[in-house]
Design a protein around this ligand. Structure first.
Ligand code: GLU
Length: 281
């Protein structure tokens, strides 16, 4: 049996906030309790949004919080670990190979729908926390060629069930809870779903700890793992941070960035307690 390998996977598209702190602290705790290894993967996939100063800040903020990871980029600049590079922008060769594997087995099709087509045709996202609307399948059987995204043809009606370490049994149905999703964007950039599955497999990750807003992404990723004959890791979805009234925090709340809190004089211990408690006071 291989040992526990967990990961934290921040995207350097802004400053880390209390919600990230919560997920990453839980991820670290789980790795420590299991006597395992924690990997940091810099998810700087999207060059139009990722910025080096955010990548630097996220390492500093995590170190300030006293989160420790054994593999991946460090504040000091070296990158321990045998599964690197740990920055997604340096891993495109792997993603291309995995996209090729899916393509050869008939899982993908070209979608030439414009942004406007998608906006008018797509039904609203199923859940308020899902970021990818249900694609109505316009290009599924059209044999589109030329410029366009590559979509994964989800097996209509296939049940994706798993027992979540935090939330218990989960069930999703392909084609109902989510539709054919993008694995490579029109501009050639692999999607989050694709890169995440490729990396979690290549880095030998045994448990994925993430926020519960990503449950449907997990279901999509399990379908990709099945298509690629990869093992499915364990999953642990964390409850999201809420305010004193039980309302979920807005995605980007600058006042709750770790930087801003630190500048206001909030200590790392206080941030840890608040994040693990799950409520902003
Ligand atoms: N980079 C993603 C995020 O920050 C990672 C999510 C995940 O797969 O854990 O939301």
């Amino acid at each position: 049996m291989a040992g526990y390998r967990g990961r934290i996977a921040p995207s350097p598209t802004g400053y880390l906030h209390l919600g990230h702190a919560r997920t990453f602290l839980i991820a670290e705790q789980r790795a420590r309790v299991a006597g395992g290894v924690l990997v940091l993967r810099d998810e700087d996939l999207d060059a139009s949004r990722a910025r080096p100063e955010y990548a630097r800040a996220m390492l500093e903020d995590l170190a300030w919080l006293r989160i420790r990871w054994e593999e991946g980029p460090q504040v000091s600049g070296d990158e321990p670990g045998a599964f690197g590079p740990y920055r997604q922008s340096s891993r495109f060769t792997l993603y291309r190979k995995v996209i090729g594997d899916l393509q050869r087995n008939g899982w993908l099709y070209r979608c030439t729908c414009s942004r406007r087509d998608l906006a008018s045709a797509a039904r609203a996202p199923h859940a308020e926390d899902d970021d990818e609307p249900l694609y109505p399948g316009t290009c599924r059987d059209r044999g589109c060629v030329g410029e366009g995204a590559l979509r994964f043809r989800v097996p209509e009606g296939e049940v994706v069930g798993f027992v979540d370490g935090g939330l218990g049994p989960q069930t999703f149905v392909a084609g109902r809870d989510f539709g054919d999703f993008v694995v490579e964007r029109r501009d050639g950039v692999p999607s989050y779903q694709l890169a995440c599955v490729a990396d979690d497999f290549a880095m030998g990750i045994t448990e994925v700890v993430r926020g519960r807003d990503l449950l449907r992404s997990t279901a999509r990723q399990i379908l990709l793992q099945r298509a690629l004959a990869y093992p499915t890791p364990d999953y642990f979805h964390c409850a999201l941070m809420v305010d004193a009234h039980g309302q979920r925090l807005a995605k980007r709340s600058d006042a709750l960035s770790l930087r801003a809190m630190r500048e206001r004089g909030v200590s790392a211990a206080e941030v840890r307690a608040m994040a693990l408690g799950g409520t902003v006071r």
